[in-house]
Design a protein around this ligand. Structure first.
Ligand code: ZN
Ligand code: ZN
Ligand code: ZN
Length: 142
């Protein structure tokens, strides 16, 4: 199976041992292609894994740079799979725009669109800018 290879490849690349939770969550991300909150994952996998295991797995993935936090204005923090773009940058960074669709309510990474630099007055020192756009996504816009 192609996806199995992809999962093994990712785990290997990030020096992570393969566990059932890790491969299941990765397959969910590869399959869905949009940002998922802890709850979304929990709902899908609740019969197999408990929430603490899911939480720990997400934490490990984020620490290793497999996934990144996505701020889309909703109450729950979402995570999205890191793409080629963020691995290209040193240090690993997430400077791309996120897009939330009004129709399907999904949030996507817009990989090749960077957050523009902003000018702040005086002694403000920017460490991160999170920008999300809202509208109709390409899937809903057809
Ligand atoms: Zn990343
Ligand atoms: Zn949509
Ligand atoms: Zn993203």
């Amino acid at each position: 199976m192609e996806q199995e290879q992809q999962i093994n490849g990712l785990l290997k690349q990030f020096k992570l041992r393969r566990t059932p939770t890790r491969s299941k969550i990765l397959s969910l991300y590869l399959h869905k292609k949009y940002a998922l909150a802890h709850r979304d994952i929990e709902t899908t996998l609740s019969e197999e894994f408990d929430r603490v295991t899911i939480y720990r797995t997400l934490h490990t993935f984020e620490e290793k740079g497999l996934i990144h936090k996505v701020y889309d204005g909703s109450a729950a923090v979402k995570y999205a799979l890191c793409g080629i773009e963020c691995h290209k940058q040193e240090p690993h960074s997430h400077n791309h725009v996120h897009f939330t669709c009004y129709k399907c309510e999904r949030t996507f990474c817009i990989e090749n669109t960077n957050v523009p630099a902003i000018q702040l007055p005086g002694n403000y020192k920017t460490e991160a800018i999170h920008l999300f756009a809202k509208g109709i996504c390409e899937n809903c816009n057809t």
